[in-house]
Design a protein around this ligand. Structure first.
Ligand code: HH2
Length: 285
């Protein structure tokens, strides 16, 4: 099995060539789109296998929904949902690159020992004071996402003077903290946190502002997959009807500087970003 350092080196090489696709795997009963589908080990393993066959570069495994208004999951319950799954996927698919979607350092630590090499923290490592230390010690990579408030409060009338400038400044501050904690530059990715304390207009401004966020110098991850702003633009479509809208956001995100996209629909996303890369980077076969 490759070491964390080897896996991250190969991710970095790929990042220089094309957009990476991160497939979402939520072992939760209540996630806004895939909640309840992968709560058994068998179902989750089958889904992991499918996403890998469809070309996912990374699988992002989560045990706590962070949709607006969601309640926090106790640590022991999150560990029970996530760790056996990371272990099982790592042993069945040793070449797979695994990420854990958590804000809790203990969950992150156990997942990194069980075979993950990325910690995807929607709080930008602000909810748990030990998170950066755990990631630094493991030699892992951290995704630092912007959120305004908490999942419980974030959609209660979010206000910004200049959303792009404020998100950029916060991500810069998060990255500085990570560097000070001993995480090297090449192991830090940033994410504007689409839908996390943002109105529809804020989300659109942030997507248009991706070139400014990319100017921070860290790879940019974007997660728009089936989110509510897409349903809103399309006249109130539910999550099941938001695939085409999602693909539009992916193509434009690639054009505007996204390096990694986090999606539920891996096959469609891989096709979309491959064509977008060919246009934007001249990378067609
Ligand atoms: N979005 C979700 C969860 N984690 N992580 C990053 N880095 N960026 C995102 O945009 C992001 C994320 C929400 O999507 P999902 O996991 O499908 O839903 P839920 O939070 O309900 O589990």
């Amino acid at each position: 099995m490759p070491t964390i350092a080897e896996r991250l080196r190969s991710l970095r090489d790929t990042l220089g060539q094309r957009t990476l696709v991160m497939g979402v795997l939520n072992a939760t009963p209540d996630s806004f789109y895939d909640g309840g589908r992968y709560t058994t080990l068998e179902a989750a393993l089958a889904r992991a296998e499918q996403m890998l066959a469809e070309g996912a570069d990374i699988l992002d495994i989560g045990g706590e929904s962070t949709r607006p208004g969601s309640q926090p999951v106790p640590e022991e319950e999150e560990i029970r949902r996530v760790i056996p799954l990371v272990e099982a996927i790592a042993s069945r698919f040793p070449e797979a690159t695994l990420s854990v979607d958590t804000t809790k350092s203990r969950v992150a630590q156990l997942a990194l020992s069980a075979g993950a090499c990325i910690v995807n923290d929607i709080s930008g490592a602000t909810f748990d004071p030990r998170m950066l230390e755990v990631v630094a010690q493991a030699g892992a990579l951290i995704v630092l996402m912007h959120i305004k408030g908490t999942p419980q409060t974030m959609q209660q009338n979010p206000v910004y003077d200049d959303v792009v400038a404020e998100v950029k400044a916060t991500l810069y501050a998060h990255a500085q903290r990570a560097l000070q904690a001993g995480i090297p530059h090449e192991r830090i990715w940033v994410d504007p946190g689409i839908g996390f304390g943002k109105t529809v207009q804020h989300n659109l401004q942030l997507l248009r502002g991706l070139p400014e966020l990319a100017a921070l110098g860290f790879p940019v991850l974007v997660g728009t997959s089936r989110k509510s702003f897409i349903g809103h633009i399309l006249g109130g479509l539910p999550p099941e009807e938001r695939l085409e809208g999602t693909l539009a956001t992916l193509a434009l995100a690639v054009a505007w500087g996204a390096n990694i996209v986090r999606v539920h629909d891996v096959k469609a996303a891989v096709r979309t970003v491959t064509v977008a890369d060919a246009i934007c980077r001249g990378s067609s076969a």
